[in-house]
Design a protein around this ligand. Structure first.
Ligand SMILES: NC(=O)c1ccc[n+]([C@@H]2O[C@H](COP(=O)([O-])OP(=O)(O)OC[C@H]3O[C@@H](n4cnc5c(N)ncnc54)[C@H](O)[C@@H]3O)[C@@H](O)[C@H]2O)c1
Length: 256
């Protein structure tokens, strides 16, 4: 699918998943705005991607938990490119003491991740949708997770320091439902809002975890970031023009 002339902003664009999406979009000829709080990684990625397939790629800093910062990102992009076709929310803000087992999660820890992650996705959706309404079209892709709708199998984490954080379950289910809410609210404005819910992505996890996780999948098991791009590309394309408010699951059958 031709991405030429599409202007796509990727929040969390310098991250593990965001970086791959930016690479693929740049290779497909899109104008890619890598938007991230991590300026060093973002600028480095932009330098690497400059000139890939003749695409325009640049880094713009953003903190998705600041309305001012999100609006500066929108204004700078519009001033330069006159339109924004899509925003992809792939940031992963983590609050204080994020990632502990449930017994050790305090009220403040819980709230701090909720504030940054749900609050940040809410702000990006809200501010971009208001700008999209002005231009008469727009497309939002939010990254949720299988853990936004599926109860974790804690057995796969046994014997490892890993867990599936309770904050994450709350955050990712909220993102699926917020996407439906926004899709309905902005339906009359020709703005589509959808979610992608990936399963686990391979990133040097312990073998004992991988063995148990992969046994629950169809053939690949843990996925690579590149396995998500086909769905991103589809949701950006006219082939998905009548799809809004949906959650597309990419998990190699893990949750079935
Ligand atoms: N990695 C996985 O296994 C996995 C699986 C399912 C879903 N997801 C989802 O995919 C998305 C991306 O995950 P990832 O693994 O690439 O995470 P990551 O931590 O590798 O990257 C996230 C990026 O977000 C940026 N970021 C953090 N706080 C920010 C803020 N306040 N403002 C702007 N940018 C900020 C970071 O600098 C980083 O570059 C997340 O929504 C995550 O929940 C990840």
């Amino acid at each position: 699918m031709d991405m030429k002339d599409k202007v796509v902003v990727v929040t969390g664009g310098a991250g593990f998943i965001g970086r791959d999406i930016c690479q693929q979009l740049a290779a497909a000829g899109a104008v890619v705005i890598i938007a991230d709080i991590n300026e060093d990684s973002g600028r480095q990625l932009a330098d690497t991607l400059k000139g890939v397939s003749g695409s325009l790629t640049e880094f713009l800093p953003v903190d998705i938990s600041s309305a001012k910062s999100v609006n500066v990102l929108i204004q700078q992009t519009l001033e330069k490119y006159s339109k924004i076709d899509a925003v992809i929310n792939a940031a992963y803000p983590r609050g204080a003491n994020y990632g502990h087992k449930l017994d050790d999660v305090t009220y403040l820890d819980f709230c701090s991740s909720i504030d940054l992650h749900i609050g940040g996705y809410f702000l990006v959706m809200k501010e971009f949708c208001l700008a999209f309404r002005q231009q008469g079209f727009g497309n939002v892709i939010n990254f949720s997770s299988i853990y936004g709708f599926h109860a974790p199998d804690f057995n796969v984490y046994e014997g490892t320091p890993m867990t599936m954080p309770v904050e994450y379950a709350a955050i990712k289910s909220a993102i699926i439902q917020l996407s439906r809410y926004f899709a309905k609210y902005f339906k009359k404005d020709s703005i589509r809002i959808n979610c992608i819910s990936p399963g686990g992505i391979l990133d040097a996890q312990p073998d004992s975890f991988l063995d148990k996780y992969n046994a629950k999948c169809m053939h690949k098991g843990m996925l690579d970031p590149v396995d998500l791009y086909g769905t991103v590309r589809f949701l950006l394309s006219d082939g998905a023009i009548h799809i809004t408010g949906q959650n597309l699951v990419i998990d190699d059958g893990f949750t079935l």
